[in-house]
Design a protein around this ligand. Structure first.
Ligand code: NCD
Ligand code: ZN
Length: 350
């Protein structure tokens, strides 16, 4: 069996910089026409100028014949100014500001400490029609790690949306029924991305026969009831939900550690993972809207003109992606489902 789709886009990806960028960017560029690149480098990508120079480094890291079109996000800080917002609004390569609550995840230390104090900035973004991509978790260490998304929605996001309904926001990597319900109940100015790992696994997967650092990401995997709500939303045809892998490479060394980094590297077979999951509940016909239409529509960009054909044909995911020194295991990156089968593969691109 095969299906042909409009070429998909990945609306949430971490491509890193330097040697890691050179190693991982091509995977994303082969699968997706466009990708929305997260700004959590160290130091972060805060200005249009920095974003354009990062964009050029990304283009240098991928073969030009792929015609990959990276779209950029800027890192929102308490110092983000109206001038920076206006510059972002005027730049076709920048699609918004990413909100990281300070301390929520990898390289979020430059982020926002008091989101409620940012209303003037949000108003300015709304006025210029600039979107915000949200890492939706509170960082209060007293809040249970599995509740941080729900508490963030209740304490922060609902208020922002109520007070500024015209402000266009994407709740990134939704992990809970609460997040799904929030997006559904909000206006079409609020959307959400969903990762393959949150559709595939519940939190048991992190503790299967021992601790599994390669299944650790943020927001962390949740209970089965939440996975079911995500799967239902992703395959429902509701245009508020679209594809964002959150592919987030870290070296094997930094994940297999006493204090391992959060992030799952899924760029190696991103569209195939989604195809497998959609097909597993007989909803493969819903993949095209989720992967190729709804994100472009939300960002008011044209849908892609190229196509890809996927076949129900088993492919084995590599155990790891090597660094430039093939024998240097500390530099390896371990992908999602490393060494396992995935039941769909890309047959051709046009
Ligand atoms: C991301 C990373 O490593 O940059 N990690 C993750 O677990 N998803 C950051 C993020 O999106 O939270
Ligand atoms: Zn991310």
């Amino acid at each position: 069996m095969t299906i042909t789709l409009t070429k998909p886009d990945d609306w949430h990806v971490h491509l890193r910089d330097g040697a890691m960028l050179n190693r991982v960017a091509e995977y994303t560029a082969r699968q997706f026409a466009r990708a929305l690149v997260m700004p959590n480098l160290s130091p972060p990508v805060e200005t249009v100028e920095q974003a354009l120079s990062y964009r050029n480094r990304i283009l240098d890291a991928v073969p030009s014949e792929l015609n990959f079109d990276p779209k950029m996000t800027l890192y929102l800080t308490e110092k983000t100014s109206p001038i920076q917002i206006k510059e972002a609004a005027d730049c076709e390569h920048v699609l918004g500001f990413k909100l990281y609550p300070a301390g929520a995840t990898t390289h979020s230390e430059f982020g926002v400490t008091r989101v409620a104090a940012m209303m003037n900035t949000f108003e300015c973004m709304a006025k210029h029609n600039v979107c915000m991509q949200v890492h939706g978790e509170v960082t209060d260490p007293h809040v249970d790690v599995f509740d941080r998304e729900a508490v963030f929605i209740d304490q922060v996001l609902e208020t922002v949306h109520r007070e500024l309904p015209e402000f266009r926001m994407v709740l990134e990597h939704i992990t809970t029924r609460h997040g799904i319900d929030f997006v559904k109940q909000s206006s079409t100015n609020v959307a959400g991305t969903i990762t393959p790992q949150h559709l595939m696994y519940n939190r048991n997967e992190m503790f299967k026969d021992g601790i599994r650092p390669h299944h650790y990401c943020l927001p962390v995997l949740k209970r089965e009831e939440h996975r079911m709500a995500l799967l239902e939303a992703a395959t429902s045809g509701d245009p508020s939900f679209f594809l964002g892998t959150d592919s987030a490479p870290h070296t094997r060394h930094s994940k297999e550690s006493a204090c391992g980094c959060a992030g799952i590297f899924s760029a190696v077979a991103a569209i195939e993972y989604y195809a497998e999951i959609f097909d597993s509940i007989e909803k493969i016909d819903r993949l095209e809207g989720f992967a190729s239409h709804f994100g472009a529509d939300f960002y008011r960009l044209p849908r892609n003109t190229g196509q890809i054909t996927l076949a129900r044909k088993t492919r084995i995911i590599p155990e790891s992606i090597q660094g430039s020194h093939a024998d240097d295991h500390e530099e390896e990156v371990v992908p999602l489902k490393a060494g396992e089968d995935v039941s769909w593969s890309i047959e051709k691109e046009a």
